[in-house]
Design a protein around this ligand. Sequence first.
Ligand code: SF4
Length: 222
Amino acid sequence: MFEELHPQDILRWAFEEYGERLVVVTSFQPTGIVTLHMLSQFMDRIPVATLDTGLLFPETYALMDELEKRFNLDLHRVQPRLNVEAQADVEGDHLWARNPDRCCFLRKTVPLRNALIGYEAWITGLRRDQSDRRGSTPIVSWDQKYGLTKLCPFATWTEDMIWTYIHAYELPYNTLHDQGFPSIGCWTCTRAVKDGEDMRGGRWSNHAKTECGIHVPNHATA
Ligand code: SF4
């Protein structure tokens, strides 16, 4: 049924089904921005969690502040237990360069698990066109990893459809996208893509890693 629905209808269904037990998790990339704009059409205050690793680009923090005001977000900036300096004391310097799976586990996966406690469904911006691994992303599924329903309302949309929407509504977006960064994470692990690379080719480019782990079942380096 969901395969045939417009994302806005899926989002409205989710709101009616889960109410205050629903949260958007976004890093304010294009799909997340479209998600927030659609939700703002019928939600006065949108619960949002974002993973603030302490290593985001200044442009990302600026966009976060702007969108928080514009969409009246109830924004939870989810931070790891240890800041970057404290993590270095425990794990050694530059963990992201030596063991990015461990770093993502500490700075993203564990904080997200804690942030989702009390919710019954989370909305993500995963799309099938983003990578081969994401090619079979379901729109609605049970998330065994975190123990709640996972919604990907834009699974069937393409990058072009997202950008058409953003430009049509003149929505703000991360200015790094205009500098060759189609996918943006921590500044320590993200570079501009080169000709011929896919849109996530600039993430963890010195490693085989392609996902931070929050969307990968059973991915952990505890
Ligand atoms: S993206 Fe890089 S710096 Fe950020 S949490 Fe993952 S490994 Fe650490």
